[in-house]
Design a protein. Structure first.
Length: 492
């Protein structure tokens, strides 16, 4: 196993599974092949964790091959303590999505599950890419399956409009991202080093100060759209309402834009990042407050969770903008918490929609009586989102707040205020949805969680509580790479 290319196997397994799923003669086999493929991928991810040395700060399990030699573009993948745990977390969420779709997807199941596996390939590729062009390839690849998943299996009347808007916004964000990566490579070439796209070399070669600001702004624009930050968030509530809940769990639960900010934008232009830290603080603070206030006004669980995620990702941006180990650890832990809490929450919202046909509060009153398990797990996932003690959200938000108060006390106070609002809107909507007046007869006869759904909820709940009570298991993995990240900023 020591010489096995585990990261390449992560990518190779999924496209093969997608092809097999698409070519199957019997559509009912598609979900089983997709599940088996994702479970095999989880085994590879666990093997990556087993091989990983958490005491080392650099990239590990690096695999490298020539891809486009004339431009010096490589297939180069690897992981460090910042990216490592996103692999199993991402795969677990995809497994949850497959199981959540088990009985609800009857139209074109082979295409649906094939697209899910392609999207999983792109997502894992983003977390492992150590070449900027390879990263951009996976970044753009992820747009294609999301477009078709939303437009073909969405639940709202405007699902095609939502899918088109998502694509147009993401392509608009991808243009400055691509220009930023190209400018970075040409800046390196004009310094006498030739075209360079691989991340380790770029990190080791300081970019001239005069070019850093342009590079940072371009990369920030590309990632800010995907995060999303206020005011570039308008696609999120629309897609959350129109798309299939299982797929929205992936968009809300896996914050690729925030990861890109940590991995590329800040360390590759450290002087510009510190010069523009006020902008990151402002974007984070505005997002925290706006998302919380907007969530408080919602009457639909889908839109509430979409705006809640906007508020919480604003907190992540605020933690990143502190440029210290405490803030970075809190932000990465919060991103992992998103995958479990927000992803799990949207899977449960999808289960509600499948049973009742709506996620509007007026249609959900009294849901706890007929679906006590669903109500209980939704409460736990909400606790994790709010950062309640004993859940994975608590150490994440605590670290971010401590870091924010240390560097930006005003932003820290604003974030604390937004967290109080967050508690208010969650309990208000939860009470109305699960314990309010039972106006819909469908709710009284609705089935509680099926064994497959219950299994996913139990696994997510176990991880949320485990990290909540023993956060050092995750923080110790992040720490060496986080210290190297902070050192990279201080060097320049």
């Amino acid at each position: 196993m020591t010489n096995m290319p585990l990261l390449s196997l992560l990518f190779l397994t999924l496209p093969l599974g997608a092809a097999l799923t698409w070519l199957l003669p019997r559509p009912e086999w598609a979900k089983r092949i997709a599940l088996a493929t994702a479970l095999l991928d989880l085994c590879f991810a666990l093997a990556v964790i087993y091989r990983f040395d958490p005491s080392q700060p650099g990239f590990q399990l690096v695999e490298q091959a020539r891809w486009i030699p004339t431009l010096n573009i490589q297939y180069m993948v690897g992981v460090d303590g910042i990216s490592l745990l996103f692999l199993p977390a991402t795969i677990l969420l995809f497994i949850g999505v497959i199981l959540a779709s088990w009985n609800s997807v009857t139209k074109l199941p082979r295409l649906y599950y094939s697209l899910l596996l392609v999207l999983e390939t792109a997502t894992l590729g983003i977390f492992c890419s150590l070449d900027t062009m390879l990263f951009f390839f996976f970044w753009e690849l992820s747009l294609i399956p999301i477009y078709f998943l939303v437009s073909l299996w969405g639940v709202g009347p405007n699902r095609r409009y939502a899918a088109v808007k998502y694509i147009l916004v993401m392509v608009a964000g991808g243009i400055p991202l691509l220009f930023g990566f190209i400018l970075l490579a040409f800046t390196h070439a004009t310094s006498g080093g030739g075209l360079v796209f691989d991340l380790p070399t770029l990190l080791a070669t300081p970019v001239p100060a005069r070019m850093q600001l342009a590079i940072f702004i371009l990369l920030l624009l590309g990632f800010a759209v995907k995060i999303p930050v206020f005011p570039l968030h308008t696609w999120l509530p629309l897609v959350a309402m129109e798309g299939p809940a299982a797929v929205i769990a992936l968009l809300v639960g896996i914050k690729l834009g925030a990861y890109g900010l940590i991995r590329f934008a800040i360390p590759l232009a450290p002087q510009a990042a510190q010069q523009m830290h006020w902008l990151l603080v402002a974007l984070g603070t505005l997002g925290v407050i706006y998302g919380a206030v907007a969530a408080l006004a919602q009457t639909n669980l889908r839109r509430m969770l979409a705006y809640a995620s906007l508020s919480h990702v604003g907190l992540v941006v605020l933690g990143i903008a502190s440029f210290d180990l405490q803030g970075l650890q809190g932000s990465v832990l919060q991103l992992l918490n998103f995958t479990l809490a927000a992803g799990g929450g949207f899977l449960l919202i999808g289960a509600l929609h499948h049973r009742i046909g709506s996620t509007d509060l007026l249609s959900l009153g009294g849901a706890a009586r007929s679906m006590p398990l669903l109500a209980s797990f939704f409460l736990l996932f909400g606790f994790a989102g709010m950062g309640m003690p004993g859940t994975s959200g608590f150490p994440a938000e605590l670290l971010i707040l401590l870091s924010a108060f240390k560097h930006h006390i005003g932003a820290g106070l604003a974030a604390l205020f937004a967290m109080v609002l967050g508690t208010a809107y969650f309990f208000s909507l939860y009470r109305k949805a699960f314990f309010g007046p039972a106006n819909n007869p469908v709710v009284a006869s609705a089935m509680d969680l099926r064994p497959r759904e219950l299994g996913v909820a139990i696994v997510f709940a176990f991880l949320i509580l485990s990290v909540g009570f023993y956060p050092s298991a995750v923080l110790d993995v992040i720490k060496p790479a986080g210290e190297a990240w902070v050192t990279q900023l201080q060097k320049h």
